[in-house]
Structures are given as C-alpha cells and as structure tokens.
Write a protein that binds this ligand. Sequence first.
Ligand code: ZN
Length: 146
Amino acid sequence: MDLNTLYRTVIMDNYKNPKNKGLTKSDEFHFVHLNNPSCGDDMNVELKIKDGKIADIHQDGHGCSISMSSASVMTEVLIGHTVEEAKALINDFYEMVKGNDDIDEEGLGEAIAYMGVRSFPARIKCATLAWKAIEKAIDEVEANVK
Ligand code: ZN
C-alpha cells in the first residue's frame, strides 16, 4: 500500500466511522461552532479540560469528507494531551497543511493523512476547520479561567 492510498484510507475510515461524534450538550463542556463558507462545512465541537489536560472532545457537523474526517482524527490526536501539548500539535497541523515538514509527525499520528491537502489550497480550510474550532474553544476556556 503506498502512502497516498494509506492516507486516503484514514480519511475515508474516519468519514464513515467518525470518532467522538455527537454533542453531549452538557455544562461540563465548552461549545464552539465554526463554519467554512467556501465549502459549506459546518462544525461544532465540545471541549472538556480537566487538571490542565484535554479530558474529552466531542464533535458534530456536516460537510465534505475532508472536514468531517479531520474532526474525528483531531479528537483522537488531542484527547489526553496537556493543553500546552495540544496547542503545539494544533500548530504543527497548520504548518503541515501549509507545506512545512518541520513538524511532530509522531504526535500528529493519523493527522498526517492530511499532508496531501497542501497541494489543494482550497481544501486547507476544510482540513483545518475542526482544529480551528477546538483552538478557539481552548482559548475561550483559558480566557475564562484566568
Ligand atoms: Zn470542505
């Protein structure tokens, strides 16, 4: 299996069987909604931070296979990390889709499947939508805590 086939498989698996999908609507979570008008993607995320760690994330929305699968992968990559580690991984994801190879590939795990979008600038907003949403959620939680 070549790398492009592997990447496509990760994206389709996460599109068909999304992880952590469905909102809890619980007060324990911080909710953020973002959309990507250029593709019509619509994204909701819920974030729970506990003891400085990403304790849980839920995601739900509708849109293209890139945006929806990326939300699934994002939850799997970030849950369990400290907030600081999560911020670094989110930044590495942005750098990767822009074409920078100086990134934490091991930390990004299945998210490296989105490396291919660097060749399709119109899809970068699809791939990063869920990551932008969770970044906003982290910023808002931190702003309220401090
Ligand atoms: Zn899209």
